[in-house]
Design a protein around this ligand. Structure first.
Ligand SMILES: Nc1ncnc2c1ncn2[C@@H]1O[C@H](COP(=O)(O)OP(=O)(O)OP(=O)(O)O)[C@@H](O)[C@H]1O
Ligand SMILES: [Mg+2]
Length: 283
């Protein structure tokens, strides 16, 4: 059922204005990039929105909150040889987030790296007082220094993800352009609702963004239509096409906006970043 369309749908519906970052940084808007399904583009979205926002002049911090450390590796960090990481900020009172954050190849974009230790934090945190608030507490000292903090979650709805949702103002959900992906969103929505009820009453759904989108197929377009039926305005109009450029960029340890700055893939993430910024500006 591959039928070329006369014109690309869904992307480029409207172009978004070049955002104007605040004159002074902070307090940062914290966005958890979240989906319990693996491999849907959470890390790719975090890196590339982060880079695109930084290119537009925002002061951006990306936080690797997945023990697999793909975000750290994707920004050129050797995650196996880190002395300290987000794990130490969570578990060791003498380590602050300032001690572990580091610059990236992108000006205006800083990174809090993770390493495999973080997998132990999930178990260790269970016994802590206010265990859901550990990340919020860790981020507090740097909130005034950034405009946006993006938290790259692991593919689970466990305690680390609940920490990210508790620390966040909004949740951004990347999902594959497949019908089966829609079912997973309901489960995630459930967790978001529970966190909102019990831990973070102002948490909002920042948006749903389709990745691995193939605008030439009826299937991808139908998935988008179905998503809009179910979630309305929460569905972002920007979609991210499927392209080999993304794996290539992560091998280089660079965002797509640096690895292939003029590619349609870089352009799509720039548009997505501006679509989000436009929503924040009117929120
Ligand atoms: N739009 C896309 N087109 C093609 N490949 C993509 C696209 N987005 C991401 N990828 C590739 O798919 C793989 C998984 O992407 P990514 O790591 O961003 O997903 P994830 O949701 O963070 O995964 P995990 O749940 O394991 O953390 C990576 O190799 C990435 O380069
Ligand atoms: Mg990931």
């Amino acid at each position: 059922v591959t039928q070329p369309l006369a014109q690309p749908l869904l992307t480029g519906v409207a172009d978004f204005p070049v955002p104007v970052p605040p004159a002074q940084p902070g307090p940062a808007r914290v966005v958890a990039v979240c989906n319990q399904k693996g491999g849907v583009g959470k890390t790719t979205t975090t890196i590339n929105i982060g880079a695109a926002l930084a290119d537009d002049g925002f002061r951006v911090l990306v936080v690797d909150f997945d023990p697999q450390a793909a975000l750290s590796v994707g920004l050129g960090v050797d995650a196996h040889n880190l002395e300290r990481s987000i794990y130490h900020v969570l578990m060791d009172r003498s380590t602050t987030i300032e001690d572990v954050l580091q610059p990236t190849p992108v000006a205006g974009l800083d990174l809090v790296p993770a390493s495999i230790d973080l997998s132990a934090a999930e178990l260790l945190l269970v016994n802590e007082v206010a265990r859901e608030h550990a990340l919020a507490r860790a981020l507090a000292p740097v909130q005034p220094d950034y405009d946006v903090v993006l938290v790259d979650c692991q593919p689970s709805l466990g305690l680390l993800t609940v920490n990210a949702l508790t620390a966040a103002h909004g949740v951004l959900v990347p999902l594959e352009s497949e019908f089966f992906a829609l079912r997973g969103v309901a489960l995630l929505q459930d967790t978001i609702d529970r966190v909102r009820d019990r831990l973070n009453e102002t948490l909002v759904l920042e948006g749903l963004v389709l990745t691995r989108f193939d605008g030439r197929t009826v299937h991808s377009r139908q998935v988008h239509e179905r998503l809009v039926e179910a979630y309305g305005d929460a569905v972002l109009t920007t979609t991210i096409a499927r392209t080999i450029r993304f794996p290539e960029a992560s091998v280089q340890g660079l965002p797509i906006t640096m690895h292939a700055p003029t590619s349609p893939a870089a352009e799509a993430y720039r548009r997505l970043a501006r679509e989000l910024a436009a929503r924040w500006a009117t929120a």
